[in-house]
Design a protein around this ligand. Sequence first.
Ligand code: NAP
Ligand code: ZN
Length: 360
Amino acid sequence: MSNPSAASSTLTESAPQTAHGYAAMSAKAPLVPFTFERRALRPKDVAIDIQFCGICHSDIHQARDEWGASIFPMVPGHEIAGVVTAVGDEVTKYKVGDRVGVGCLVDSDRSCPQCQRDHEQYCARSVATYNALGFDGQPTMGGYSDHIVVDEHFVLRIPDSIPLDRAAPLLCAGITLYSPLRHWNAGPGTKVAIVGLGGLGHMGVKLAHAMGAKVTVLSHSLSKKSDGLAMGADEFYATSDPETFKKLAGSFDLIINTVSANIDWNAYLSLLKVEGHMVVVGAPEKPVPLSAFSLIGGRRSLAGSMIGGIRETQEMLDFCAEHGVVPEIEITPMEKVNEAWERVMKSDVRYRFVIDMATL
Ligand code: NAP
Ligand code: ZN
């Protein structure tokens, strides 16, 4: 990895730089070492020495082509934390040595109504950090690598009180739960259920608790109960127990479903109060059947939510710093990434793997 202090502070013209990382060369193939070129720095670009990258279940879905249209070779990773090593000469937000992050987005058209309201994630032309084509037609490559070059607009400032390894998962798991909790007004007096205590779910518990909501975890077993309560949950139930659905019928203002596999949404909708909302953030590969009666009886709604915009992601990072909210992480060396993925698939991670890029 490069030494930030040795890098020049501004660079308009620079040659493309060779990057080292791990890639999936085809669907379902294990990740292997991979060398590729990062673009030369443009005037508004920031070059970042990646120190840590979280492992999101979306990395696995995409590398295994579970959502379709995957681009290979694919360097996954959109929970990136590192240090600025160089900036283009029109960059105003960052300087060499700053602690920064990059999440799921690296570009958008900046002019559509969604971009104008700081909802870049819903821009029809937004560019994902990997498994996408940039406006230059080149495939984007993610954070399972030693460095990245990103327009400053899509770079986040990591507050000093959050260590870089713990900051990484906030860039996707954190914002993906923060945004719907805010949008649907989680706070004092509201009852929130988080379905699935994985990478996203455990951030949901911590964030909803910090916002002042009463939080219940709905997990497939009770094996994570003590952890969930320690994270700030008020209650914890196993969804494998049919009594759970009887006992909690009509209980929640807001349910956020983070599960990466198909579950019976109808059963969960019955747990909402009248006019409650269930928000889907988990993205399983197959459609889920839905009964109209699950919604119409209680004027309930079913919604979806995708990550968050850049302004809101910065707001989330600052909220986490203010409230001491950080993920529970397990550091893994790069060469064990395939084993880490297998453990994510088995729901055997407490609660987010983070790759230490110094091991690359
Ligand atoms: P994760 O760490 O693997 O957590 C998923 C959790 O779902 C597991 O810990 C487990 O929780 C539960 N689960 C898994 N398989 C299950 C099954 N067969 N039946 C019931 N429960 C099961 O994954 P993640 O990284 O948090 O991501 C979760 C999902 O969100 C993925 O589909 C991912 O692609 C998606 N995602 C969406 C967005 C967005 O913007 N909307 C952003 C990032 C990720 P328990 O053990 O507690 O039951
Ligand atoms: Zn993610």
